[in-house]
Design a protein around this ligand. Structure first.
Ligand SMILES: [Zn+2]
Length: 299
């Protein structure tokens, strides 16, 4: 008499387990080895989306090499691939630079990733190493093992000795590119660039955005390409809209002052532990635009 009850319980446990184990979108997209057979299309937002018809950046080109090939994250919208071609050609004209080492772009079908980034989901975010390439003939093994350099000092307040005028020139060239929405980089790099900025540099300089990290690489975010219906470019922040400035201001200096040494405030009672914010690695397919299901399942 007891056996059916036990079996029933086991079945209940199994069903509940199955419901809990709804696959995460990052596992589904992370398992795709190739692009979807569609026209190129960025879908959704940089941090919640996917991409159809992405193109693989050739692992080595005349002025670039893709790094960490084992990750299979060198897939981008064709606009991203052509941007890399033109910025790396510019970099190759800089003394000491053979071109650019390219870090993560997106997975073959974009989408959330198993590790790392919240963004990089729609084929329009590109990480570029701060390490000036001496050689563009690195083996696959070397591309796994060598490290980039940090352009930020150990105390995080200024640039390190690895920073060069060529870094500034390449960042400026990236920001001046009409396809670029913004460039994320460690604050000391922008502070350095602000020292020589002129009033006329406002339009591109405001695209250089200070952020935590981003001292071993900078991150270029492209605008949604024409025709990518459903792709959402970010809205400018209030400061960008109202001040019309270039961001060489107190909001920039905050990163090397109050951000590092938060002003002392009155002791407060211990706060409740904040609930963990739901991020890209928690998403299931229902969180993404519906078209991402088509992108995922296409053969
Ligand atoms: Zn990035």
């Amino acid at each position: 008499m007891r056996r059916p009850l036990l079996l029933g319980l086991a079945a209940l446990v199994l069903t509940t387990g199955a419901a809990l184990a709804e696959p995460k979108a990052n596992q589904l997209f992370g398992a795709k080895a190739t692009a979807s057979p569609h026209k190129p299309h960025a879908i959704g937002t940089y941090a919640k989306g996917c991409a159809a018809g992405l193109v693989q950046l050739p692992e080595s080109g005349p002025t670039w090499q893709a790094m960490r090939l084992s990750r299979n994250r060198n897939w981008g919208h064709p606009e991203a691939i052509s941007f890399i071609q033109r910025l790396s050609a510019f970099a190759a004209g800089q003394p000491g630079w053979a071109g650019l080492y390219i870090g993560d772009i997106s997975q073959p079908r974009g989408g959330p990733m198993l590790s790392g980034h919240q963004s990089h989901q729609i084929g329009l975010d590109i990480d570029i190493w701060m390490l000036p390439p001496k050689s563009l003939r690195l083996s696959r093994g070397q591309r796994e093992s060598i490290s980039s350099v940090s352009v930020r000092s150990g105390d995080q307040r200024r640039v390190s000795s690895a920073w060069t005028p060529q870094h500034a020139a390449i960042l400026k060239q990236a920001a001046r590119d009409p396809a670029v929405d913004r460039v994320f980089v460690t604050a000391p790099a922008k502070i350095e660039m602000c020292k020589t900025a002129r009033a006329a540099d406002r339009d591109w300089m405001q695209k250089i955005r200070p952020i935590y990290g981003h001292n071993y690489h900078f991150h270029v975010r492209l605008k949604c390409p024409a025709g990518s219906r459903g792709c959402q470019t970010q809205t400018p922040t209030v400061a960008e809209l109202s001040k019309g400035g270039n961001g060489c201001d107190d909001t920039l200096m905050w990163w090397v002052t109050d951000y590092l040494d938060p002003p002392k405030t009155r002791p407060q009672k211990p706060a409740e532990p904040a609930p963990r914010k739901r991020g890209a690695r928690d998403y299931v397919m229902a969180d993404l635009p519906q078209a991402c299901q088509t992108v995922l399942s296409a053969r």
